[in-house]
Ligand binder design. Sequence first.
Ligand SMILES: [Zn+2]
Length: 356
Amino acid sequence: MKYILIILFFFSFFVSCNKKNSSNANQVTLIQDEKQIVAFIYHRFGDSEYPSTNTSLEDFESHLKYLQEQKLPVLTLSHALESLNKRGGPKRIIVLTIDDGFLSFYENGLPLLKEYQFPATLFINTETVGGNTYMDWAQIREVKEAGIEIGNHTHSHSYFLNIPDDERYIVFQDEIRQSQKLIEENLGITPDVFAYPYGEYDAKMKDIVEKEGFAAAVAQNSGVIGGQYELFALPRFPMSSSYASISDFSEKVNMNSLSAKEVGETLHLIDKGHDSPELKFEISTKNLQFDQMQCFIQGGECVMKKDTTSRNSLVVSIKAEAPLIRRRTLYTITVPDQDGNWYWYSHLWINPSVSE
Ligand SMILES: [Zn+2]
C-alpha cells in the first residue's frame, strides 16, 4: 500500500540528502503536520429535481465567496498533491471536485467558478457523455479550456463491488482504459487522477488504479487529506443537499486531519454476519482534548471505548449499537485540540449485499 506519508518520507529523505547540513528526522512529521488538503465533492448545481446530489446556486456561491474572502488557495487535485510534496507554499489547500459530468455543472456551476476564477477537477464517466442531462464532448472541452482538470470516473459508472470477483477486476481495468482512451481521443489529454464510482473500492481495485499509472485516486469517505491517508483512496467531504450550508462548509474548510493508526487489518467491506463491525485505532494524545472527543455513525448510535495504552497514546474502539443497514456507512471521530481546532477521522464501511 502506498501512503502519502511514504512519499513525504522519501521526499524528505531526498531533501535531506541534498542538503549536507540537514539530517533532521523530524522533517517528516513537520511536513505532514504543516500541510493539508481539504477536498469537496459536488455533483449537480441548481437542479432541484435530484435533491440528494444537488447543491443550490446560493450555497455554491456562498462557498466560493468564503474561499475568496479567506484568501485560501484553490487548486486542481493534481496541483494540490504536487504542492503537498513540495517544501514551502500554502499550508491549507482547497480542492473542489465535481463527479459524473452533469449538464447542470456546465450550465450553472462553471459560470460561477469562472466568475470567482477558481479551478476544479471534474471526474467524468464516459459512457453517458452527450446523453440526457449530461455534458457532451464539446461542452467538456470548453470546461477543460476554462482551467478545469479532467479525471477518469470509469466508463459505465457501475457498482463494481457487485460484479463477481473473477470478472470484477478485468471489467474494472477495461473500463478505466476505455474511458482513458475516449478522453484522449476527444480532449487530447491523459487524466492523472481517478474517482471510484460511488466511492466504492476494494484493495485490488486500488492496486489496479495505481498500476494503470494514475497519480492518485479519490473516494467518498469524508476527511482531510493529510499524512496518514492512502494516496489511492483520498477522502472528500460531500457538499450537497443538507451538508451544503455555509456553516457546514466553513467548518470543513478549517478541519484538520486526525492521524489515527488503525489497529489490525484495515477492512472496508462488511462480511455477512458481521454487520456491526468494530473499528480500533490508536491516536497520539499530544495537545488533543480527549474528554471532548465525539463519535458519529450515519443512521445509528455509536458506542465508543477509550483505553490509555501509554502516556502519549490512546486506543479508541468504535462500534455501531445496531447492525448497519445502509450500503455505505461512515464511522467518524472528531476531537478538538487545546486551541479549539478540530480534527476529523472517518472510516467507510461498504456492504455490497445491500442495494441502494
Ligand atoms: Zn459518480
